[in-house]
Each structure stands twice: as structure tokens, then as C-alpha cells.
Design a protein around this ligand. Structure first.
Ligand code: FES
Length: 139
């Protein structure tokens, strides 16, 4: 069996939603100190819905594929639905990642959470911090 699924290869070769958003409503950036990869997610939010999302990822192919798939998964979703999306859901949507590449999908989950937190902070919206815990130790 190939190491990477066709979906991973597709999203790596033709990543969706690459770029940045001017005047984004929320921005989240995370890095993995071990591999040095960095992911940045930009969100446009209107009436509790993710109306647009873009990413910039300086990282490995799995990180690029994870960012691309994650942006596809959250576009059009509510904030609460988006908060439910785990790195495992991103990896499953890609038809799996090799075990030693699962941490790449963690970057996507965490960057999205931080972008939503940024949106709440900027707008003075109260939230439960437990919803925004990121995987500091699991990278
Ligand atoms: Fe670090 Fe993929 S090797 S994000």
C-alpha cells in the first residue's frame, strides 16, 4: 500500500484555499518546534458562520494536505461545529495519514482553534477556555 492516500496527494498537489484574507476576523498561527513547520489560518466569520477561510503553511506535504482538507471541512460551518473538528477528523477525511505524520493534522486543528479564539478575543465575546486547549505537548 502506498504510504499516502490519493486524497493526501491530491490536496498536497492542488491545495484548496491557499492564501491570506485581508481584514480577517480571526487569525491562528501554530508551529511545531520539532519539525519547524508553521501553519496560519485566516477566517471570515459572519453571523456565527465561517464564510471564508484561507491558509498559509510552511511545512511538509501532510501539513499542506491537512490545511487544505481542514479548510474544506470548516467552510460554511458554524463556530460550534468548527470547534468539534479534531485532527483525527481531518486525517480521516484524507483517508488516513501515516502514524508519524498525525502531528501534521494536529497543526490544522490547533490553528483553527486559535483563529476562532482570536475572533472571540477581538470581539469581546466570552467563551469557555476549555474549548480552545491546543495540543502543546503532543507535537
Ligand atoms: Fe511537521 Fe508535517 S512533519 S507538520
Amino acid at each position: 500500500m502506498a504510504l499516502y492516500s490519493e486524497k493526501v496527494m491530491d490536496h498536497f498537489r492542488n491545495p484548496r484555499n491557499v492564501g491570506s484574507i485581508e481584514n480577517a476576523d480571526g487569525i491562528g498561527e501554530v508551529g511545531n518546534p520539532v519539525c519547524g513547520d508553521i501553519m496560519k489560518i485566516y477566517l471570515k466569520i459572519d453571523n456565527d458562520i465561517i464564510t471564508d477561510v484561507k491558509f498559509e503553511t510552511f511545512g511538509c506535504g501532510s501539513a499542506i494536505a491537512s490545511s487544505s482538507m481542514a479548510t474544506e471541512l470548516i467552510k460554511g460551518k458554524t463556530i460550534q461545529e468548527t470547534l468539534q473538528i479534531t485532527n483525527k477528523a481531518v486525517a480521516e477525511a484524507l483517508d488516513g495519514l501515516p502514524a508519524h505524520k498525525m502531528h501534521c493534522s494536529v497543526l490544522a486543528e490547533d490553528a483553527i482553534k486559535l483563529a476562532l479564539k482570536d475572533y472571540y478575543d477581538k470581539n469581546g465575546i466570552e467563551y469557555d477556555p476549555a474549548q480552545f486547549v491546543i495540543h502543546d505537548d503532543e507535537h
